[in-house]
Ligand binder design. Structure first.
Ligand code: C2E
Ligand code: MG
Ligand code: MG
Length: 941
C-alpha cells in the first residue's frame, strides 16, 4: 500500500487535509520521503488499530515481511502488554499524543524494547487514525539493566569484603572492580587507578597465572561460558592468599566477562589443618615402632599399613593380601594354634590381643604383639579390623632375663626356690613318683663369720660346683640359699634315691677350696617323696627340709627320709625352747661325768662334765638338742655358769670323800667368749671352791676360734695365765687348722670321735690321727682320743701311740656318785659296750602309728609317726618309737595294724619303762578292743 493509498483510506473527506500534530499532509509526495528517511520505524494505524502504512524501518525492526505487517498492532506485541498498549492507542485516538515504552515481538519471538510515540491523525477536527514512531531501545535497556545490576552488585560486594568483583570489557579493554579490591590489595584508590594490568597480573601467583590466562582466553573466545579456579594472590600483607575465582561471560555480543574472587582462607585454613593433621597422624604412624594397619578380614587385604608394618615383617605380600598361608609360613609353629584361635575370635567380632613369634630366614626370631579391633558396618558386619602391632622382642628378652634372675640364684646361677617349686609342680603333672633331696654343707654361717661374705660366696660356688659334677644327669638341681641345695630325682632313675644320697654324702671327704684354705664339710641330706609325703609342692619341699634338719642334728654326714614324726620333732623343739628358760630354777639340769683314762694303764687322768636336762614331759634331753637352743638366746650364759659352779662343787664333794682329784673339763659355748668377764667368772669359781687352776680345763671348739674376735684371744690368754688348761674339742671335724694351735694358748687336742669310728678300716683316718699326734708332740700338746667304744679301736690308738682315751669302752658318762667311786678306784678297765640294751629288746611287736591329738589342752594336727607296740594290759599299752613323745600332758591316737586287721585307741603316756613308753588307755572299752586284737594275733602266730 502506498502512502497515497493509505491517506485515502484514512481520509473521510476529499477536501480537508489530514493533520498530524498540526502538520498538514496535503502533499503526499512531499511528505512521504520525510517518513521514509526517518531513523525510527514509522507507521500509521486506522482507527481500528490496524497498520495501514509503515516505512522500511518497521519490517527491519520486527523481521516480518511487508505483507504481514498490515495487521492489528496486537499481533506485534506480547499478549500481556496488549491492554496497556490499547490504552495508549485509545488515548491517541482521543486526541492525545502519548509516549511510552512497550515490548514488541520480533518474528523470531524475541522481545524488543520499543520506545513508542503515538499521535492522533486528524481531519476536520476528528481523529481518523494514529501516527506511530517506534525506536528500538532493547540494547540501551539491556545496558541500563546491566548497569543497575552491576551497581547493585558493586553495592553488594562493598558489603562483603571477602568478595572482589571484576568486570572486563574486552572491546574497551577496561576492567571495572569492586572497592573491596582496595582493601584486599592494600592500595589507596589513587594507587589502584594507577595500577596497570601488568602489575595486577604480578599479584597473581606465577603458578596460577598461566592456567588462569588460558581459561580467560577460552572464556573470551566463547569456548566456555564459565569456569572456576583457585588462585593465590598477594594480599595487603604481601602474603599469598588462596582465593576462589569464578568467571562468567556476561553477554554474547559485548563479550563482557565478570570475575568474582572470594576468600578461601578459612576453607584453606581448614584444609591446611586437615592436611597437617593427616600428615601429623601419618608422621606419628611412621615414627611409631608400632605397625598400624587396617585389614579386610574377609579377604585379608591390607587396606592401610604404616611403615612399621614393613619394619616388622621386613616384606609385604605381593598382592597386599595377608593370607593365612603367607602368615603361617613366617610364624613359629608353636604359635599357630594360638593364631588360629585369635583369627576365630576376630571373625566373631571380638577384639583380641596375641603374642607370637615370627621366624626369619636368617634364623632371627621376633616377638610380636598384635592387638586387633574389629570395626563394624551399619548392618553389623565387620568392615575391617584396626591392628596395632609391636615388636616386643626386647621386652620378651628382658622378661626372660628377669625371669632368669627371678628364677635363678645370683651367686650360683642355679634355679632358685621359686623355680624349684615350679618344676615340682610340673613334675607332679608328668612324673608319677619322684623324690626331693635337700642337701646342706652346714658351714656357710661359720665361713661368713670367719672369713667374710666374699669367702662365703666362694664356698657356695665351690659346693654347688661339687654337687653339679657329682649329680646324675637325670636330676633337676636347684639352689635353696646359703650352702643348701635341692635335687629332684625321678623314680625311674636307675640308681635308688638312697644310694644316690649316700654317694653325695661322700662329698664330705672332698676338700673344698676357698683360698688359701681347703676345708671339709659335713653333708646333710633330707629326702621327701611324691606322692607319698604330700601332694603340695611347697609342703613337699618343706618335708625334705625338715628331714634335712634332722640329718643336720647328727654330728656326722647323714641322710634322713621325711617321716611325719618330724612334725612332732619340730613341735618338741619349739616346746623345749620355751621350757629351757625355767630349766635351772626348776632343777631340771644335772651333770654327768665321763672319765678320761691313760690308754695303757686305764688310770683316770681327767674327766669331762656333760650336761643333761631331765624334762618332766619329754624325758631326758641330750645336750645336742638343747645347747643350740640356749645359744640362740642369752640363756647359754646362765647355763654355762651353772655348769662351772656345779662341776667345781662336784670336785669339792669328791675331794671331801677322799678322792684324788684329777682335772675336770667343762664344755664352753663359743659364744660365751664373746661376752666380757668370762675369765673373772672362772677365777671367781676357782677361788670360791678353792680349786687349783690346773684342775680346771675348758673345752672349746674351733667355732669359737674361727670368730677371730680379739676378746676371745684376750680371754684365753688370761685364763691360760691363771693356769687353766684349754682343750680344743672335736679336732679334725672342722677346719683342723694348725694356725689355731699356734695362735692360741691350747694345751690339749681332743681327736674327734669320727676317727675312732673309722680308724680300724680307714687308712686315711689312721694317717690323720698319726699326723695329729706328731704335730701335738711338736707343739708340746696333750692329746686325747674321743669316742673309743671297742677294744679294736683301743688297740689301734695304742699302736699309734695315742696317750689318752675317752669313750664308752672305759665308761659312759655317769652320775656324780658313780664318778666318785671311779675316782676312789683310780683305775678303769675296758668293758666293751656289750649291749645292755639287747636284754630290753622286746620279743614281740606289732607295727602301728601314733598321732598327737592334744598337748597341754591344745588341739594339734600332726601326721602319724611309726611305733612298735609290744604288749598290752587291761590299762596300758607298751610301745617304742624313735619319736620323742611327751609324758602325762598329751593325748594320742594309736592305730595298730596286722594284715587286714586294725584297731584304734586314744591314750596318754604316763611313763617310760626300760625304754618303752607306757600309754594309758582313755577308756576300758578301748583297752578291751586292743587286748582282743593282741590275743587274735598271738592266736594266729
Ligand atoms: P663333746 O664335748 O665332744 O662330748 C663328748 C660327747 O661324746 C658326749 O656326748 C659323750 O657322751 C659322747 N661320747 C663319749 N664317749 C663316747 C663313745 O664312746 N661313743 C659315743 N657314741 N659317744 C661318746 P653328749 O653328752 O651327748 O654331749 C654332746 C656334746 O654336747 C658335747 O660334745 C659337747 O659339745 C656338748 N656339751 C655337753 N655338755 C655341755 C655343756 O655343759 N656346755 C656346752 N656348751 N656344751 C656341752
Ligand atoms: Mg667336750
Ligand atoms: Mg668332743
Amino acid at each position: 500500500m502506498t502512502f497515497f493509498d493509505a491517506m485515502q483510506r484514512l481520509s473521510r473527506s476529499s477536501t480537508s487535509p489530514l493533520l498530524i500534530g498540526g502538520l498538514e499532509l496535503s502533499h503526499p509526495e512531499r511528505v512521504e520521503p520525510f517518513f521514509q528517511q526517518s531513523t525510527d520505524a514509522v507507521f500509521f494505524f486506522n482507527h481500528l488499530g490496524e497498520i495501514v502504512y509503515f516505512n522500511e524501518n518497521l519490517p527491519r525492526m520486527l523481521g516480518y515481511s511487508e505483507d504481514t505487517l498490515y495487521n492489528h498492532f496486537a499481533v506485534f506485541s506480547p499478549p500481556e502488554q496488549n491492554d496497556s498498549v490499547t490504552t495508549f492507542f485509545e488515548r491517541a485516538l482521543a486526541g492525545e499524543t502519548v509516549h511510552y515504552t512497550a515490548q514488541g515481538l520480533h518474528i523470531d519471538q524475541h522481545r524488543l524494547t520499543l520506545k513508542i510515540t503515538n499521535m492522533p491523525i486528524e481531519q476536520e477536527g476528528q481523529v481518523v487514525g494514529v501516527y506511530g514512531i517506534a525506536r528500538d531501545i532493547t540494547r540501551e535497556k539491556q545496558l541500563e539493566e546491566d548497569v543497575v545490576q552491576i551497581r547493585s552488585q558493586l553495592e553488594l560486594t562493598e558489603q562483603i569484603p571477602e568478595l572482589v568483583v571484576f568486570h572486563y570489557d574486552p572491546q574497551a579493554r577496561t576492567i571495572e572492580y569492586s572497592p573491596s579490591l582496595i582493601n584486599y590489595l592494600g592500595l589507596g584508590p589513587e594507587q589502584l587507578k594507577e595500577l596497570s594490568n601488568e602489575q595486577l597480573h604480578k599479584r597473581i601467583h606465577p603458578r596460577d597465572f598461566d592456567p588462569l590466562r588460558f581459561q580467560v582466553i577460552r572464556l573470551l573466545d566463547g569456548e566456555i561460558e564459565t569456569f572456576e579456579q583457585e588462585v593465590s594472590v598477594l594480599n595487603a600483607n604481601h602474603q599469598y592468599q588462596l582465593l576462589r575465582l569464578k568467571a562468567l561471560r556476561r553477554d554474547d555480543q559485548s563479550g563482557l566477562i565478570s570475575l568474582i574472587l572470594y576468600d578461601l582462607s578459612e576453607v584453606s585454613e581448614a584444609r591446611r589443618q586437615l592436611t597437617l593433621e593427616r600428615e601429623q597422624t601419618r608422621e606419628i604412624y611412621e615414627a611409631l615402632d608400632a605397625a598400624i594397619s587396617q585389614i579386610d578380614l574377609s579377604t585379608g587385604r591390607l587396606l592401610f599399613h604404616s611403615k612399621g608394618f614393613f619394619q616388622i615383617f621386613e616384606e609385604l605380600p605381593e598382592d597386599l593380601v595377608l593370607s593365612e598361608e603367607w602368615l603361617f609360613e613366617r610364624l613359629d609353629p608353636r604359635d599357630v594354634p594360638a593364631m588360629k584361635q585369635f583369627i576365630r575370635r576376630l571373625t566373631s567380632g571380638k577384639s583380641s590381643t596375641i603374642q607370637y613369634r615370627l621366624l626369619f630366614p636368617d634364623g632371627r626370631c621376633k616377638w610380636i604383639e598384635d592387638q586387633q579391633i574389629p570395626v563394624f558396618q551399619l548392618d553389623g558386619s565387620i568392615a575391617y579390623t584396626n591392628s596395632i602391632m609391636h615388636d616386643i622382642t626386647l621386652q620378651k628378652e628382658y622378661e626372660e632375663r628377669l625371669q632368669q634372675l627371678a628364677m635363678h640364684d645370683s651367686v650360683t646361677g642355679l634355679p632358685n626356690r621359686i623355680s624349684l617349686t615350679e618344676t615340682i609342680k610340673d613334675w607332679m603333672q608328668t612324673n608319677t613318683t619322684f623324690s626331693i633331696l635337700s642337701i646342706s654343707f652346714n658351714r656357710i654361717s661359720e665361713i661368713n663369720n670367719a672369713f667374710g661374705h666374699a669367702s662365703g660366696d666362694q664356698w657356695i660356688q665351690a659346693t654347688s660346683a661339687l654337687l653339679y659334677t657329682s649329680k646324675p644327669d637325670e636330676v633337676f638341681f636347684g639352689h635353696l640359699g646359703g650352702d643348701e641345695y635341692a635335687m629332684l630325682i625321678p623314680s625311674c632313675f636307675k640308681q635308688d634315691v638312697t644310694s644316690c644320697a649316700e654317694a653325695l654324702l661322700t662329698l664330705s671327704a672332698a676338700p673344698i677350696l676357698i683360698e688359701p684354705y681347703a676345708l671339709f664339710a659335713r653333708v646333710s641330706i633330707g629326702i621327701s617323696r611324691f606322692p607319698d609325703d604330700s601332694h603340695d609342692p611347697i609342703e613337699l619341699m618343706k618335708h625334705s627340709y625338715t628331714a634335712l634338719r634332722r640329718s643336720r642334728r647328727e654330728d656326722h654326714s647323714a641322710v634322713h627320709h621325711y617321716a611325719s614324726n618330724l612334725d612332732i620333732d619340730y613341735y618338741r623343739r619349739y616346746r623345749l625352747e620355751q621350757d629351757l628358760h625355767y630349766a635351772i630354777e626348776r632343777n631340771q639340769l644335772f651333770l654327768e661325768y665321763q672319765p678320761k683314762v691313760d690308754s695303757w694303764t686305764g688310770k683316770i687322768i681327767g674327766l669331762e662334765a656333760l650336761i643333761r636336762w631331765q624334762h618332766p614331759e619329754w624325758g631326758r634331753i641330750p645336750p645336742n638338742d638343747f645347747i643350740p637352743l640356749a645359744e640362740e638366746s642369752a640363756l647359754h650364759i646362765a647355763i654355762g655358769d651353772w655348769v662351772v659352779e656345779t662341776a667345781c662343787q662336784a670336785m669339792v664333794n669328791w675331794s671331801r670323800a677322799g678322792a684324788e682329784l684329777v682335772p675336770i673339763s667343762v664344755n664352753v659355748s663359743p659364744k660365751r667368749f664373746l661376752i666380757p668377764g668370762f675369765e673373772h667368772q672362772i677365777e671367781q669359781a676357782l677361788t670360791t671352791y678353792k680349786l687349783s687352776a690346773d684342775l680346771l680345763e675348758l673345752e672349746i671348739t674351733e667355732a669359737a676360734l674361727i670368730m677371730d674376735d680379739p676378746n676371745i684371744s684376750r680371754t684365753l690368754e688370761h685364763l691360760s695365765q691363771l693356769g687353766v688348761r684349754i682343750a680344743l674339742d672335736d679336732f679334725g671335724k672342722g677346719y683342723s687348722s694348725m694356725v689355731y694351735l699356734q695362735r692360741y694358748p691350747i694345751n690339749v687336742v681332743k681327736i674327734d670321735r669320727q676317727f675312732a669310728t673309722h680308724i680300724a678300716e680307714d687308712r686315711k683316718a689312721q694317717a690323720i690321727v698319726k699326723s695329729i699326734l706328731y704335730m701335738a708332740t711338736e707343739f708340746n700338746l696333750a692329746v686325747i682320743a674321743e669316742g673309743i667304744e671297742t677294744l679294736q679301736q683301743l688297740e689301734m690308738f695304742r699302736s699309734l701311740n695315742c696317750p689318752n682315751i675317752q669313750g664308752y669302752l672305759f665308761s659312759r658318762p655317769v652320775s656324780a656318785e658313780v664318778m666318785e667311786s671311779f675316782l676312789l678306784r683310780e683305775v678303769l678297765y675296758p668293758i666293751e659296750a656289750c649291749s645292755l640294751a639287747s636284754d630290753t629288746v622286746p620279743s614281740f611287736s606289732v607295727p602301728g602309728k601314733i598321732k598327737m591329738l592334744k598337748h597341754q589342752n591344745q588341739a594339734l594336727d600332726f601326721s602319724f609317726s611309726n611305733i612298735q607296740a609290744h604288749r598290752t594290759s587291761t590299762r596300758h599299752l607298751y610301745f617304742t618309737t624313735k619319736t620323742p613323745l611327751p609324758l602325762q600332758t598329751a593325748t594320742f591316737e594309736v592305730r595298730l595294724t596286722e594284715g587286714n586287721q586294725m584297731v584304734s585307741c586314744t591314750l596318754s603316756i604316763i611313763a617310760i619303762e626300760q625304754g618303752q613308753y607306757v600309754g594309758k588307755y582313755a577308756t576300758v572299752q578301748e583297752a578291751e578292743l586292743v587286748l582282743r586284737f593282741f590275743q587274735s594275733l598271738r592266736y594266729t602266730e
